[in-house]
Design a protein around this ligand. Structure first.
Ligand SMILES: *[C@@H]1O[C@H](CO)[C@@H](O)[C@H](O)[C@H]1NC(C)=O
Ligand SMILES: *[C@@H]1O[C@H](CO)[C@@H](O)[C@H](O)[C@H]1NC(C)=O
Ligand SMILES: *[C@@H]1O[C@H](CO)[C@@H](O)[C@H](O)[C@H]1NC(C)=O
Length: 434
């Protein structure tokens, strides 16, 4: 619900939390941030934390470029005096495109036991398990500044989200009790925060490698990095964000478009040379099959089998002089790490270019984003085989996006990308706001 609090409440919040911090506009922050860390354990998920409920409680959730809303486990340990149901016949229920209504619950009232409440389908996009759950609102508080520590909070008094269940959190990073959707859906974080705080419908994603810190910035903020480096929009390369006409979600209604972010990759080059690929697979067809999307829950880039074979084959040919190491699942192409040189942008290996639209723009991927250090000192090309006939032919995974700044501009429907920040002698950990 994109309702603004009454002026008095707003002033009160400002007194409490200094909403001047990120440059106020009608008492609203011009940007809010989510800190990001990478789970160093097996999940390799990107985890964020924020405050929710009354009294405010810390919540950790896995970041997801897909999904319809934020969902959190409302069964275990949800205590709040400010949660409200979203009634079945209400406008937010209609806008959430929910086809379901939880009509009655006989237990004691709680976020997951309410009468006449709009129902959603929270999904764990890692395990592909979905369930039904109440759509409710509650207080959500996000920092308005970021360095040296997350700063004063901006508060959304009635942020809409979906109640997940405890079993739905299986497969998420330790400590995470839900997933925070960054998709283009109406009530995912980017659009709902923009409506709440009246800033632009855009966000920048700067994913960290394990052991470092990253950020998601919603709204209008300069992309400033310590020490004294600002990434201006003229140093980003832009490409249109494409809408897949067919939903790619676990649960969907016929006719729904996909809420995920697709880009128009038209070719792949290795060391500057075009890899022969079946162009049909790179396009999105009428059934929504094919194309290229970005995913933060895929740790590594996933390529349809014929694309995988062509790209790894071209990469092997360009690196014939580097001694190989045995394959290490899920990777096939591995090298003796001690025989690979190093550069500012990671291991010295051929570049991989994702050619976008016309040949003029390319997302150039350097060693830090293409190679993965595995046990025993080997370095492997960090792409995996997605099999024949996957739904989406190219899924750009988290590792390939780390220490790159990606601006998802939903208003202009375009993706701005920086390529590796390591080139500019900075990284996501150096991002600052305020
Ligand atoms: C839902 O309505 C029924 C019938 O009026 C009532 O018995 C029940 O306690 C209500 N449940 C909740 C959670 O308010
Ligand atoms: C870059 O930002 C400036 C100032 O905010 C704006 O006037 C300009 O149109 C932007 N350029 C692009 C390519 O978005
Ligand atoms: C290219 O891919 C499409 C879609 O999978 C397939 O129908 C077609 O046969 C492929 N073409 C070639 C030359 O392999």
């Amino acid at each position: 619900m994109a309702r603004l609090p009454p002026l008095a409440a707003l002033l009160f919040l400002c007194l409490l939390s200094a909403c001047r911090a990120a440059g106020p506009r009608d008492g609203n922050p011009s940007a809010v941030v989510l800190p990001v860390s990478k789970d160093a354990a097996a999940t390799q998920q990107y985890v964020t934390s924020f405050r929710q409920r009354t009294p405010l409680a810390p919540v950790e959730a896995v970041l997801d470029l897909a999904g319809a809303t934020l969902w959190v486990d409302c069964e275990a340990g949800y205590a709040s005096s400010t949660y409200r149901r979203v009634p079945c016949a209400s406008k937010p229920c209609r806008l959430s495109r929910s086809a379901a209504c939880a009509t009655s619950c006989l237990g004691a009232p709680s976020p997951s036991c309410l009468n006449d409440t709009c129902a959603g389908f929270p999904g764990n996009t890692v395990t592909h398990v979905s369930t039904g759950g109440n759509i409710i609102t509650d207080v959500l508080a996000l920092p308005t500044t970021f360095r040296p520590a997350p700063g004063p909070l901006a508060t959304a008094p009635a942020f809409l989200f979906t109640c997940g269940a405890t079993f739905l959190t299986e497969g998420l990073a330790a400590g995470a009790t839900g997933m925070a959707s960054l998709s283009r859906a109406r009530f995912a974080l980017p659009t709902q925060l923009a409506a709440t705080f009246r800033f632009s419908r855009k966000f920048a994603l700067c994913l960290p490698p394990a052991g470092s810190a990253g950020v998601v910035v919603f709204g209008d903020a300069p992309y400033a990095f310590q020490p004294g480096f600002v990434l201006s929009n003229s140093s980003l390369i832009y490409t249109p964000l494409l809408v897949n006409p067919v939903s790619t979600a676990g649960v969907s209604t016929k006719g729904d478009k996909s809420d995920e972010y697709f880009v128009g990759v038209t070719g792949i080059k290795v060391n500057g040379r075009a890899v022969p690929l079946n162009a049909t697979l790179l396009a999105i067809d009428k059934k929504g099959v094919g194309g290229t999307k970005l995913s933060t829950v895929a740790p590594y880039t996933v390529l349809e089998s014929s694309i995988y074979k062509a790209v790894t084959g071209a990469f092997a040919a360009e690196t014939a002089a580097i001694p190989r190491a045995p394959a290490m699942a899920p990777f096939q192409l591995c090298y003796d790490g001690s025989k690979v040189g190093s550069t500012r942008v990671g291991p010295a290996v051929p570049t991989i270019e994702l050619v976008l639209g016309t040949d003029a723009t390319s997302w150039v991927v350097f060693g830090a984003n293409s190679m993965v250090a595995v046990k025993g000192g080997a370095l492997c090309l960090g792409v995996v085989d997605g099999g024949e006939a996957p739904r989406t032919s190219v899924v750009i995974g988290g590792h390939m996006m780390e220490d790159n700044l990606l601006e998802f501009d939903l208003e202009a429907s375009r993706l701005g990308f920086s390529s590796s920040l390591l080139f500019r002698q900075t990284n996501c950990n150096n991002f600052r706001l305020g």
